[in-house]
Design a protein around this ligand. Sequence first.
Ligand code: UDP
Ligand code: MG
Length: 317
Amino acid sequence: MLLSIVLPAYNEEQNISNTAEVLAGLLAEHSIEYELVFISDGSKDATFQEMLKASAENPRIIGAEFSRNFGKEAAIFAGLQLATGDAVIVMDCDLQHPPEVIPQMWKLWLNGAEVVEGIKENRGKESLPHKLSAGLFYRIMSRLIKMDMNASSDFKLLDRKVVDVLLGLPERNTFFRALSFWTGFRREYVSYEVRERQFGESKWSSLSLMKYAVTNATSFSTLPLQLVTVMGVLALLFSIVLFVQTLVKYLSGTAVEGFTTVILLILVIGGFLMLSLGIIGHYIARIYEEVKGRPKYIISRTLGDMGKNKKEERKTV
Ligand code: UDP
Ligand code: MG
């Protein structure tokens, strides 16, 4: 039984060697056969060199480098693609996801779980705006996807079956955390405390988190589109009331007034229309992106032994 650990890394030169050592030590201690799959997401620092160094010391380390930054989602999927294990764990390479949980996940998997979800006990130390925006994001997402997103994270163990299902999905704009929930399968949970980052800093700004929220919300729900209909209905009801009022005024010969109403109506309807167009436009953009069918990521270099037939060899090293 081989366990693959997928570690997306963007500008994490300070973390690679430490993470590799910690994981290798822990897994050896629990005598779990493993491979570490580092994906450098177009890092601008020495992340890939660090990966090469780590791989030279430990042949169980494989990895790849993207031709540019494609985002964490793409890195996760590239890792899943390269991983050869019977079970695959995805975790951050800054060790904010505590490695001590891995043996627990592994045991649950051995006992028949097909997905083991890491559940956050706390959100770790974050700045207030980050906390607020993340909180809002998760609340909206939980509503839209109908699952509790606040505690869920990308820290999970997936059975080979689940990995193959995910890799077979044709969609390009993926949301790993929700997709793995969407696939179903027998799941177990382990809770963990989010650690503080030891080296480097968080790669998310509030803006990128917001973008992430909108993209993922719309990839899992068409509710915003239905919102357009709701706005239309509201505007229609309002217009019926005004229609009657205007007509009555006209018939009773007092129809000169109403300039304010006209301005307000133009503003309200204009606002509704533009908002609706924006929402529809967003979905069209998403359709356009999917239709183009570009790959999720482009790999420029790989490291370590990649052939599936080398799996056995690697196991015995
Ligand atoms: N990451 C990535 N590509 C990106 C941004 C982040 O692969 O474009 C990786 C990053 O190297 C880390 C993980 O995703 O391993 C989580 O990122 P980070 O620690 O910055 O996020 P936070 O823990 O603050 O949510
Ligand atoms: Mg982190």
